[in-house]
Design a protein around this ligand. Structure first.
Ligand SMILES: [Zn+2]
Length: 96
């Protein structure tokens, strides 16, 4: 009988196009794939979901998308590098 040993292989990362490196990060809302975008590779203006401000062309930033949304690159979000970092550092509200 046919046996399917389909082990989840290593991440089938989307084709890299020379845009910096890619890494995985564990966030409060799951695992994310994060890729850095050097400023000189950025030619468009994006809206950062962290601060709701624009990321202007020429500004180095990061692109993040859910790790289990392979192929769904439309889900990518462009973040300021600092906004992304602060997102992971965000603490639940409360006194402290
Ligand atoms: Zn931002």
């Amino acid at each position: 009988m046919p046996r399917q040993h389909r082990r989840r292989s290593e991440e089938p990362l989307p084709p890299a196009s020379g845009l910096g490196w890619t890494r995985h990060e564990q966030g409060p809302d799951g695992e994310w794939v994060v890729r850095s975008v050097p400023g000189d590779r950025s030619g468009k203006t994006y809206r950062c979901p962290g601060c709701d401000h624009e990321i202007r062309p020429g500004i180095g930033h990061v692109v993040a998308w859910p790790a289990d949304a392979y192929g769904g690159l439309e889900d990518r979000r462009h973040w300021h590098t600092t906004c992304w970092a602060e997102r992971g550092r965000r603490r639940p509200s409360g006194r402290g």
